[in-house]
Design a protein around this ligand. Structure first.
Ligand code: FAD
Ligand code: 2HG
Ligand code: ZN
Length: 484
């Protein structure tokens, strides 16, 4: 990857010295420092292999107290720091731009407590999402967030990005389910906001500031979160739909017919499913070719009741010709198989070369228009072809959490190039801004979107954000060059 993203010069930060490393050795156990060039590589490189940092040091504390000592030292010395969870972020926020020290939460991975009456889990920030969910499953509960990167991402990273995921429609945003946080500020102060209360109107709700702050205001070291009962009954239906208009009709019908048991409503365009078919060894759910497919999940406490509701819904949408073909999972294997057609898109679309990702919120009636409009732009410039290797763009695809008004617009290219970037930006941001959407729905700003925030937030908003940053991290040591 070329270093096209290093557009800002290195800030006025101190450079790491041998004396610094010796000092960190007094804070951390021996295996808490990574200095070997090869071992560091995976921490320096992001999930997409699009961004590569130049850090020479990764620190792995095991307690908030150690995080506190590290940050207090870094703040005094003006050493820049990038907090890192599972490094699955998709906006270039989790790796350094230059030589910032990486503070990895991966050794803070213990569940602190779980109350099986209230469903409140308190856990270290470095617990892997899937591990948290498996722990909860043993008690009959579930984590209120799920996403394709669950095997690697941390719950602290999820909170830091305010991740949305596959079931936000049902279980809501982390702004609602997170009850408390333990945070270490840039100056090393450990702030205990680890409330286990559902109601607490005593003062400003400070924890909210850290949810979605992407490591720019403090390091999250623990999370207190309200977890729902694990559903006893689950169903998944995978349906072919002929037009985006009908996708919306299906959404209306799903809300009406399925009501409280609807737990996901996901959209995959036909092209995205073509790529999954090409790269994965999976049985095609339906034979029909279609421009759109939807995945609908129900989760409830009574199988018979849920099955009857789903059946009524399917009859409804078939009768009205909203849906033209479909299949319902009949066992756990098929359930996983159908979900794979949705969850594996991110992985397979990266296999042709470079992928430009746009994670946007758009009012539902216009949600898919941007995919067609962008494709038309590339066609008018004779830049797109799936088979002709001389054309730089391979495909433009759209999928996402249609139930949340969140589209994932992905541009698959043969390689990253200035020519493609110039077509995409600011075209996409202007399009989104015109319909009053958001240029970052759930992945965050990171490095990629920092310079485009004005398309979704006006000057007054950005001014207040900058004031907060200055108040919480006056030396700007936390995740510099990113966010705002
Ligand atoms: P990282 O990538 O390590 O970090 C992300 C940001 O948070 C960085 O800015 C970092 O500095 C900061 N950070 C991390 N941990 C902390 C901490 N403890 N304290 C302070 N700051 C911290 N996202 C969605 O919203 N919905 C999806 O459906 C979804 N699906 C995905 C599927 C795949 C296959 C992949 C690769 C990614 C997906 N993502 C999705 C994006 C990503 O997984 C999420 O953003 C995730 O929440 C990041 O968690 P992480 O632990 O990997 O954080
Ligand atoms: C998803 O919903 C993730 O699968 C990733 O948010 C989206 O790859 C993407 O663009
Ligand atoms: Zn998503």
């Amino acid at each position: 990857t070329a270093e096209w993203y290093r557009t800002e010069t290195r800030g006025d930060y101190a450079r790491l010295s041998e004396a610094d490393i010796e000092h960190f050795k007094t804070i951390l156990p021996e295996n808490g420092l990574v200095t070997d060039v090869e071992d560091i590589e995976m921490f320096n490189t992001d999930w997409m292999r699009k961004f590569r940092g130049q850090t020479q040091l990764v620190l792995k504390p095991t307690s908030a107290e150690q995080v506190s000592k590290i940050l207090s030292y870094c703040n005094d010395k003006k050493l820049a720091v990038v907090p890192q969870g599972g490094n699955t972020g998709l906006v270039g926020g989790s790796v350094p731009l230059y030589d910032e020290i990486i503070l990895s939460l991966s050794n803070m991975n213990k569940v602190r407590s779980f109350d099986n009456v209230s469903g409140i889990l308190v856990a270290d920030a470095g617990v892997i999402l899937e591990a948290a969910d498996m722990y909860l499953a043993e008690q009959g509960f579930m984590f209120p967030l799920d996403l394709g990167a669950k095997g690697s991402c941390h719950i602290g990273g999820n909170v830091a990005t305010n991740a949305g995921g596959l079931r936000l429609l049902r279980y809501g945003s982390l702004h609602g389910s997170v009850l408390g946080l333990e945070v270490v500020l840039a100056n090393g102060k450990v702030v205990n906001m680890l409330s286990k209360l559902r109601k607490d109107n005593t003062g400003y709700d400070l924890k909210q500031l850290f949810i979605g702050s992407e490591g720019t205001l403090g390091v999250i070291t623990a999370v207190s979160i309200l977890c729902p009962q694990r559903p006893a009954a689950k169903n998944v239906a995978y349906l072919a739909v002929e037009s985006y208009e009908k996708v919306q009709q299906a959404f209306i019908a799903a809300k009406k017919d399925l009501g409280e048991i609807l737990s996901a409503f996901e959209l995959m365009d036909g092209r995205s499913q073509g790529w999954v078919q090409q790269h994965c060894d999976l049985t095609r759910p339906v034979d029909t070719e279609s421009p759109f497919f939807i995945l609908i999940e129900t989760a409830g406490s009574n199988k018979e009741h849920d099955d009857a509701k789903l059946e009524a819904f399917l009859e409804d949408v078939m009768e009205q010709e909203i849906v033209c073909d479909g299949v319902v999972a009949s066992d756990e294997t098929q359930f996983q198989n159908l979900w794979a057609w949705r969850e594996r898109i991110t992985e397979v679309i990266g296999k042709e070369g470079g992928v430009y990702k746009y994670d946007i919120s758009i009012p539902l009636p216009q949600l898919y228009n941007i995919v067609d409009d962008l494709r038309a732009v590339f066609e008018s410039k004779d830049m797109i072809s799936k088979t002709d290797a001389s054309k730089p763009v391979v495909d433009v695809i759209g999928y996402g959490h249609v139930g949340d008004g969140n589209l994932h617009l992905n541009i698959m290219t043969r390689e990253y190039s200035e020519r493609i970037s110039q077509v995409l930006e600011p075209w996409i941001y202007e399009w989104v801004s015109k319909v009053h959407g958001s240029i970052s729905a759930e992945h965050g700003l990171g490095l990629i979107k920092k310079h485009f925030i004005q398309y979704s937030k006006d000057e007054d908003n950005v001014y207040l954000m900058k004031q907060l940053k200055n108040a919480y991290d006056p030396n700007h040591i936390l995740n510099p060059y990113k966010y705002i």
